[in-house]
Design a protein around this ligand. Sequence first.
Ligand SMILES: Nc1ncnc2c1ncn2[C@@H]1O[C@H](COP(=O)(O)OP(=O)(O)OP(=O)(O)O)[C@@H](O)[C@H]1O
Ligand SMILES: [Mg+2]
Length: 346
Amino acid sequence: MPALDIQSVTKSYNKLRVLDRVSAQIDKGELVTLLGPSGCGKTTLLRSIAGLADIDEGRIVLEGRDVTKVPIHKRGIAMVFQSHALFPHMSVADNVAFGLKMQGVGKAEREDRVKRALSLVRLDAYLTRMPHELSGGQQQRVAIARAIVTNPTALLLDEPFGALDRKLRETLQVELRRLTKELGITAIFVTHDQEEAVVLSDRVAVMNAGVIQQIAPAVDVYENPANEFVANFMGFQNIFDAKVRSAQELAIGDTVIATDKIDVAPGEGIRMAIRAERVSITAGHREGAIPGQVSSSTYLGEQNAYVVDTADGPVTARIPTSVARFSMGEAVSVSFDPAAVRVLAS
Ligand SMILES: Nc1ncnc2c1ncn2[C@@H]1O[C@H](COP(=O)(O)OP(=O)(O)OP(=O)(O)O)[C@@H](O)[C@H]1O
Ligand SMILES: [Mg+2]
């Protein structure tokens, strides 16, 4: 039985469908990130799960219990928002204790649990501080402590580290992952940063226009995108039209390239994708590679990013600087690592 079962949830605002039959099953203790562009429905989905928004159709089932019609404070779900989450006039300890007080938990137990929650986010020395005396990262950690102190069935986090700088975000990502695993908390974490999603999650759900496009372990979403939207969003720089020639060959324009086995009938037109790191460049023109000219070169430290203009469109390649250098306008050929060519479902 999944800890959280989202069944065909549909929601519209002013006749605009914001969630379109969204389904997902999340296991106990699993951390799923919800990744997608601005406006695709991420916050609306979290609000629907929490009970902050009513849904038009579908069901939300929490540990076997249908909570679709259950009010927010009886669902046992905690939510952490992007910012401004703390009560400004309450100390750190009082902020964290707030939910327990509401539940009628006695003072001694409350103090115990508050201390434990704050030590889990490594802020046990900050009990008496006021929110304005904390850094942004510390405030978000208090918000997380406040969310977990009530032992929620599910923890929903809506871009909680969005306002923080990169380094702090990375530290908090590691801490949040450790924390949810230690406590066995089922969590959904919203972000629009694909790196954050890959680092944090057991599975990534990629969403667009109210629809989950793919939900799979991070490595699958990264390496085997289900369709063109996911490929684009996960940073595949090269996406082309191609024609299937045989079980292990594609034609891109006039060039035939080798691939791993393709499950599409010969003669079919498809879209294919390949990451820039898996493209190689050789000087001059040669068989089985696409001819072109170097039209841009960007130094990235360990790598150089090149754009090669070809008759079939620009191809982006990232080549380790230690391997080779090419100059602007140079006649070159680009070829693809056969194992890295992905055929996208339309
Ligand atoms: N209360 C509301 N009333 C009307 N429309 C709304 C409401 N809340 C959200 N929407 C619309 O629903 C769509 C999805 O919004 P949502 O906030 O879920 O997006 P999001 O994926 O969280 O985006 P972001 O990454 O920018 O936070 C948007 O088109 C938004 O304008
Ligand atoms: Mg949002």
